[in-house]
Design a protein around this ligand. Structure first.
Ligand code: DNO
Ligand code: MN
Length: 362
């Protein structure tokens, strides 16, 4: 297992590489180029500069999150081939700079959706939360709420220049149901796999967050069967998964432990996002509201020991990162991506891993 930490770049956030370097056990950064518009080729010089900056601080850069997919590819428009060609070139450029894993998602229009970016917990910390009834019917209203709640940060997948045309984006998907979206994902994967094989770069799809439909948009990476379909449809290790425990478990019907075990054994999990969530109303049938809890098992609904064991005991040797953290100790910044709580997450996951290594784990 290689412990990593997501970092948006020195001009995008105030957390520094030297701070990250001081979190025990973190060996690498999960990086990105936030200023390349979706669909364009990531310039090699810019990737190399990022790599150099990260390495100068004693960390490595082997994972990218995310190289986002242009909506024309997801919607299957004729113009997709040009964007796919760009994506292939981006993979080559990343490979030349030593990148092994690319995280991406295939969610139409939006990346993750939450109802609150600043949900207060009894201990005074703030976290991300999802309450179904707080999600407006009109996505424009959600967009307005996000713009005021993000304190000036651009959330990945919520680029203002793209979402300025929200209606047009929604129109693109009018005819795209789950079947069409699946076909479009396979078309994309088949086109890029030869480049991945040649460059030894593993693709790792992030599950839909939340793993069910919102605003009538199709969702195709929601559960065990979807992941199984993905792996079988393009049957190579280069077609892999970012297993995000929080996202998968947002549907309480998903058995996150069994999914981790199965796909680790199948060698398809190249990257793991490890976080805990707490279901708010587990007693109400069908209710899926949750907030993102501290990583510690007793603070949430997931058993983190079982989660880490599922990876450890099945030979996981990919990249791990703590997922979103709460805002604690007066920290302010990008929602979900403070320094302190994520550092606590790293320490805790490392502690579980060490215990498994020393006693009990296979
Ligand atoms: C949230 C993340 C997602 C993830 C993308 C991957 O913080 O887990 O935004 O980066 O969905 O493409
Ligand atoms: Mn995640």
């Amino acid at each position: 297992m290689k412990m990593t930490f997501r970092w948006y770049g020195s001009d995008m956030e105030k957390i520094t590489l030297s701070q990250i370097r001081q979190i025990p056990g973190v060996s690498g950064i999960v990086g990105c180029l936030m200023d390349v518009p979706v669909g364009e080729v990531w310039p090699r010089a810019q990737i190399a500069a990022l790599k150099e900056e990260v390495e100068r601080s004693g960390l490595s850069l082997e994972v990218i999150e995310s190289v986002n997919i242009h909506d024309d590819i997801k919607a299957g428009l004729p113009s997709r081939d040009g964007y796919i060609e760009n994506y292939r070139q981006t993979i080559r450029n990343l490979a030349r700079c030593g990148i092994n894993v690319i995280c991406y998602n295939f969610m139409p229009v939006f990346d993750w959706v939450k109802s609150d970016l600043d949900y207060p917990l009894p201990d005074g910390s703030r976290t991300l939360a999802f309450e179904r009834e707080k999600i407006p019917d009109d996505p424009e209203a959600l967009l307005a709420r996000y713009s005021s709640g993000t304190k000036g940060f651009t959330l990945p997948g919520w680029e203002p220049e793209r979402l300025a045309h929200l209606r047009t984006l929604f129109d693109l998907y009018r005819e795209v149901d789950e079947t069409r979206l699946r076909d479009n994902l396979i078309y994309f994967l088949k086109a890029i796999m030869p480049v991945c094989e040649e460059c030894d770069v593993r693709m790792a799809i992030h599950p839909d967050d939340p793993p069910y439909s919102l605003f009538g948009l199709p969702r195709i990476i929601k559960n065990r069967d979807d992941l199984d379909w993905l792996c079988r449809s393009v049957d190579t290790v280069y077609n892999g998964i970012t297993l995000c425990t929080g996202s998968i478990a947002e549907d309480p019907e998903n058995d996150v432990y069994a999914i981790l075990e199965e796909f680790t054994r199948r060698d398809r999990i190249h990257f793991a996002h490890v976080r805990n969530i707490r279901y708010m109303h587990p007693d109400i049938e069908g209710n899926k509201d949750f907030y993102e809890a501290p990583h510690l098992s007793s603070e949430g609904s997931l058993d983190m020991f079982r989660i880490v064991s599922a990876l450890h005991d099945n030979g996981f040797d990919g990249y791990i990162r703590p997922d979103h953290g709460r805002m604690i100790w007066q920290e302010t910044g990008r929602p979900g991506y403070g320094l302190f709580d994520r550092a606590l997450g790293v320490a805790y996951i490392n502690g579980l891993w060490e215990a498994l290594d020393k006693c009990g784990g296979k």
